[in-house]
Design a protein around this ligand. Structure first.
Ligand code: PGA
Length: 252
């Protein structure tokens, strides 16, 4: 069985290295005490903190980046390559987050190129997909389009390092999470599309997690009822104790 995955997406927070260190330390300390056997825990701080945090014990708490570029090196002012992240000791990277799709106009083609580059660099890659508010009646169709476009040309040999985060855009940062039974339905659609793309055996290697207003009160229902294999956690991951409660909501 695949391990569950708890990923904290800090977004553009906190504002100082001191606060970032302290959040990391408290979470790492809590995870160390909990010793979860069947849950991998990852935090994704802003790029500027990764270097300092990469010197900490990565067995307890793995590091991830919130984005990467689609090429490994070259004249791309301001960009960070997947290979740089890998060389720094990052295990994970998030691509295709809806905030980047919307506010930075990232297209499906750009996200496809980033996904390929991240997997090529050896990073465990989390691709975010999900319908917008006005698309709630056509979830299956939206997920199909996103997956077909974002996963074009992905080799089956890298799928064990690949995770899909189902994040309905309307549920992100709104305090209005998706119902676990609807997440379960989305999971079924995603599995079907992945099976069409890669075949059943390869599709089964891909982890599917839920994101969107996850709190400790509801986290477990996404695993039990939603049949998800973890969570992508934004707001709640900035509160160390709440993040730890989410991780601890599944006892080994
Ligand atoms: P949220 O964010 O938990 O604050 O809704 C989730 C995400 O953006 O990944």
């Amino acid at each position: 069985m695949k391990k569950l995955l708890a990923v904290g997406n800090w977004k553009m927070n906190p504002q100082t290295p001191k606060k970032a260190n302290s959040l990391f330390e408290i979470v790492a300390g809590g995870v160390k005490k909990m010793k979860p056997k069947n849950t991998e825990v990852v935090v994704c701080p802003p790029f500027v903190y990764l270097s300092a945090l990469s010197l900490r014990d990565s067995k307890i708490l793995q590091l991830g980046a919130q984005d990467c570029f689609w090429d490994q090196s070259g004249a791309y002012t301001g960009e960070i390559s997947p290979q740089m992240l890998k060389n720094l000791g990052c295990e994970y990277v998030i691509v295709g987050h809806s905030e980047r799709r919307k506010r930075l106009n990232e297209t499906d083609e750009m996200i496809n190129a980033k996904t390929i580059a991240a997997l090529d660099a050896g990073l465990k890659t989390i691709l975010c997909i999900g319908e917008k508010e006005g698309e709630r009646d056509e979830v299956a169709r939206i997920l199909k389009i996103q997956l077909q476009k974002n996963l074009k040309g992905i080799k089956t040999s890298v799928l064990a390092r690949f995770t899909i985060a189902y994040e309905p855009v309307w549920a992100i940062g709104t305090g209005d999470p998706c119902r676990p039974k609807d997440a379960r339905e989305a999971r079924i659609y995603i599995e079907r599309i992945l099976t069409d793309l890669f075949g059943k055996q390869h599709a089964a290697k891909i982890r599917i997690i839920y994101g969107g207003s996850v709190t400790s009160k509801i986290a477990r229902s996404y695993i039990d009822e939603g049949k998800m294999e973890g969570w992508l956690i934004g707001g709640a991951s900035l509160h160390a104790n709440e993040f730890l409660r989410i991780i601890g909501s599944i006892r080994d």
